[in-house]
Design a protein. Sequence first.
Length: 244
Amino acid sequence: MGIEVIEHILLCSYLSPTPKKRAIADLIVIAFFFLLRVGEYTHTAANNRRTQQFRLCDIVFRRAHVIMAHHHSEATLSNADSASLHISDQKNGAKGQIVGQDATRQIVCPIKALARRVHNIVAHGGSPTTILGTYWGRGNTWRTIRPPDINATIKQAVVTLKLESRGITPDLVSSHSLRAGGAMALHLSGASADTIKKQGRWSGDTYQQYIHNQLSAFQTGLSSKMLKPHHSFHLGLPTTTRSI
């Protein structure tokens, strides 16, 4: 799943700006750029013992290498150069890791999305331990985004964008597609295997399963390349050897 789906979801949240839709769109942007597992940014009834949800205190904004306080305005936080997520625990058992992203200065920007979520929480009296997937919503109460909210939004975007003509059907995408799509985007941008593994916090080469199914991105132009003549010779010894 590519950036066009992410951009469509974000733009739709501006056209129908309910607190829930804005929260879902922001979390989708964040999950894509930071390669997050759905249990790390949404509320689940039975939380995985290792996969912990990101909290307000786990998010750090920086501008000119200086840490910015969360109580700044949304506009100020949106102007940060970068942001990082500090991981207390996760599925693979690793602790104390940090993943970061720089600002894109465009509509689809992980820093702006984080700034909107942080501001929404802080402006309504959230605490440092309030989870990232919390928002101040209908009835002036705290509400949370759940995995089905993310799944439904992604599937609807695929239908609206008519991606079925490209072989992408709603049943093929889910919240997991954000992590896979982010890994694929990094790969196609030329990021090294080590960079992808660090960003997605994979301890081994399992990240490769996230990109091997999206072969169309690699096969473009392959047939033409295979038609190109190459002048070569065999390196093995002939049956009868002659000295020159």
